[in-house]
Design a protein around this ligand. Structure first.
Ligand code: NAD
Length: 481
């Protein structure tokens, strides 16, 4: 199979480095997918300066021009989607079908961001007999975008589109665990734009730190884990950079007594095990009323047992490996500790290629029955294919359990009574709550700013509120007399 050599991308040119990191296929550890340049502090400086130079003219382009280029970028991404899906599945492990869908969604995010920008930039001018006031929106400058590995195309475009359409330039640092496909499409896209508008660097924590401390970077838009975010925030303090954080979650699903149990449990299990549980808004703990508990467990176990665990490029696979060694070891240890508790741990699904099992980061879809309400497997962000099913006795108790956490990203309520469900939803401390579904509907995506409360994030993505992350206001006031 084809292998890739990815260089840094600065000012629309490849920049080679001394060191390259090997990327192995998480579903075939014996196979190398490619190698990726490792940038130094000097490379980061070069990229930021290129972005800063480009900003001086890009900021003056008009919205129509920026919008047209972004729409072309969206078309390009859609066109390249199937080829990218193949590469992403090899480097990051998830099902090829999930990346095909992601490429389409990522293109749509670019287009909807452009649509939102048209109303966002509508002039705001007020006047009376004494004065004239204009509230204007200005770009910030160079924005550093730091991306995780789990939904790499979508999360990259969810930053790139609002950053560029508002007149900023960007230095992107993809995750080392999903950098090849993202870099290839970013290189092609960037050729649509003036050199320096889109730059891509790679590297370890040193390169990350160089980016987050660089004085010409005005804002850091980071998606990833909370502990990394804390060190990014410390680095950002040195030059008082703004930060925008989209972080982890431990999304509760609250099943109410009046839920349609069969539909609810099937949808909940589907959400929890999507991308082998490696989604920030995957359902990570389920609360079930005592009297529905046994029936609910049976439904989830039956669903999980249907997964066919195998290689991401095999179209028969419905459940891929996890992305990297660290994640694999973390989830495996969590499961082992749960097995040593009073909970029942069921490792389910069918292995499509038993002989290849140890040649990849393969884990079973795992259901944990009867855990304690405060057990580690319930209170942590597993970010893997493990779903604890927790019993509750009263509505007040379940609201307390759902909110008794520093996380607050997504959440869901399951009920056949909408009014009841909305009453419960309003008591949950989260950025988003879905009723009888997980994640956002198409209309929800259009109107709901994406993000979390408490330690799940600072700021929001998508909608006009997401655009406002990347501008400053400039008020101009004429005193007439
Ligand atoms: P991570 O925090 O380990 O890494 C995220 C990015 O930060 C990577 O590009 C990494 O290379 C970079 N990085 C690491 N150290 C750095 C440093 N010192 N300075 C600057 N950058 C540095 O997270 P991950 O394992 O890639 O992703 C998983 C986490 O991301 C989970 O917690 C998940 O919930 C979260 N996530 C959140 C959202 C959301 O929208 N809220 C979406 C996807 C993933």
């Amino acid at each position: 199979m084809e292998t890739f050599r990815i260089h840094l991308w600065i000012g629309n040119e490849e920049v080679k480095t001394k060191t390259y990191a090997e990327v192995k296929d998480p579903g075939r550890l014996s196979e190398v997918v490619g190698e990726v340049a490792q940038g130094t502090e000097q490379h980061v400086d070069q990229a930021v300066r290129a972005a800063h130079q480009a900003f001086l003219s890009w900021r003056n382009t008009d919205l129509a021009e920026r919008s047209a280029l972004l729409n072309q970028a969206a078309d390009l991404l859609q066109q390249e989607g199937p080829a990218l899906a193949n590469i992403l599945s090899r480097e990051a492990g998830m099902l090829i079908s999930s990346y095909r869908g992601e490429a389409v969604r990522a293109s749509n995010i670019i287009r909807s961001t452009v649509v939102n920008a048209q109303s966002f930039f509508a002039p705001k001018v007020v006047e009376d007999e004494n004065s004239w006031v204009s509230v204007e929106k200005r770009p910030l400058g160079v924005i550093a975008a730091i991306i995780p590995w789990n939904v790499p195309l979508m999360l990259t475009m969810q930053k790139l589109a609002p950053i560029l359409v508002t007149g900023n330039t960007i230095v992107i640092k993809p995750s080392p665990f999903a950098s090849i496909g993202v870099s290839l499409i970013l290189q092609k896209m960037s050729e649509l734009f003036p050199p320096g508008v889109i730059n891509v660097i790679h590297g370890d924590g040193q390169a990350g730190a160089a980016l987050t401390t660089h004085p010409l970077v005005r804002k850091i838009s980071f998606t990833g884990g909370g502990s990394t975010a804390k060190s990014v925030m410390k680095s950002a303090a040195s030059s008082l950079k703004r930060v925008h954080f989209e972080l982890g979650g431990n999304d509760p699903a609250i099943v109410l007594e009046d839920a349609n149990l069969e539909v609810a449990m099937t949808k909940i299990a589907t959400s929890a095990f999507m991308r082998s549980g490696q989604l920030c808004v995957a359902i990570k703990r389920v609360y079930i009323p005592e009297k529905l508990y046994d029936a609910a467990c049976e439904l989830v176990v039956a669903h999980a047992n249907n997964y066919k665990i195998g290689y991401g490029l095999d179209e028969n696979t419905t459940f891929g490996p996890v992305n990297n060694r660290g994640q694999y070891a973390y989830v495996k240890e969590l499961v082992e500790r749960a097995k040593n508790s009073s909970a029942t741990v069921l490792e389910l699904g069918t292995k499509l290629e038993p002989d290849n099992w140890n040649n990849g980061y393969y884990l079973n879809p795992t259901v944990v029955i009867n855990p304690e309400q405060d057990q580690e497997i319930v209170t942590c962000e597993q970010f893997g294919p493990v779903l604890p099913l927790v019993k509750y006795r009263s509505e007040d108790e379940v609201i307390h359990l759902a909110n008794n956490t520093e996380y607050g990203l997504g959440s869901s309520v399951w009920s056949s009574d909408f009014e009841h469900a909305v009453r419960v939803a309003r008591r949950i401390e989260a950025g988003m709550t879905s009723i009888n579904g997980s994640g956002l509907s198409a209309l929800g995506h259009q109107h709901i700013p994406f993000g979390g409360v408490k330690q799940s994030g600072i700021g929001r993505e998508n909608t006009e509120i997401g655009l406002s992350e990347f501008i400053e206001y400039h008020g101009i006031n004429i005193h007439k007399s």
